[in-house]
Design a protein around this ligand. Structure first.
Ligand SMILES: [Zn+2]
Length: 219
């Protein structure tokens, strides 16, 4: 088996250019460890890169990526709870000040759920069970359409972010940190084609474009 050559080529370029720029940061991080203030829960989608979107370097974001940027509710059952383990470390170990659940447009996980809502297992041995986490989001969207968008895919993406934020506070240590004011929870949504980031207002639960003036002035 050969390691992909384009990755090795890219690594060579990174070592000579990108890494040189952050060499001191890496050295500092290696000695003192990481202390990111922000955790991002994002989708695995290759088009959504949290470090790129927020223009941050090594050591600045603690990121977990999974299919459809979902947070499961707190469970004390047996099993390998990968996302929950990352959340536990971020909050209890790193003591992050913010958790951002970042969804995105054209999400394949959300699309799979919408198209196979009656038969989620049809979408894969693991994916089907995983995206069932969206079921409460679909129910709450149907019962109380906070933001009834004309675009059902977008509405489901928003609802999934809201549900993940609700699930976050089912973790006792998160509820406690939020109550004590040491942790804030945020929702965001990224549009792949335009690069637009929308941030959720925590009171109205509606999404609005972030910093459009800054985007315009940079263009
Ligand atoms: Zn996705």
């Amino acid at each position: 088996m050969t390691f992909p050559s384009h990755l090795l080529d890219g690594y060579g370029r990174y070592l000579n250019k990108g890494f040189v720029r952050v060499k001191e940061t890496h050295e500092r991080l290696a000695v003192y460890g990481q202390k990111p203030d922000v955790m991002v829960i994002s989708c695995c989608d290759s088009r959504v890169t949290p470090e790129g979107i927020f223009n941050v370097g090594p050591g600045e974001l603690f990121v977990v990526r999974n299919v459809a940027n979902l947070v499961p509710p707190y469970e004390d059952t047996e099993g390998q709870h990968g996302t929950s383990a990352a959340i536990e470390f971020a909050v209890k170990g790193l003591k992050v000040k913010h958790i951002v659940v970042m969804g995105h447009g054209q999400c394949g996980g959300v699309k799979a759920f919408r198209e196979n809502a009656n038969d989620p297992m049809a979408t894969g041995e693991f994916i089907g069970r995983w995206i069932k986490l969206l079921e409460p989001a679909a129910i709450s969207m149907a019962c109380m359409p906070v933001d009834k968008s004309d675009d059902p895919q977008l509405a489901m993406e928003y609802a999934g972010i809201r549900q993940s934020l609700k699930n976050l506070v089912t973790f006792p240590f998160i509820e406690e940190a939020v109550q004590s004011g040491t942790l804030d929870l945020h929702g965001a949504w990224f549009d792949i084609g335009s690069g637009e980031l929308r941030v959720m207002n925590s009171e109205t639960e509606r999404f609005a474009s972030a910093a459009p003036d800054a985007v315009l002035s940079d263009s």
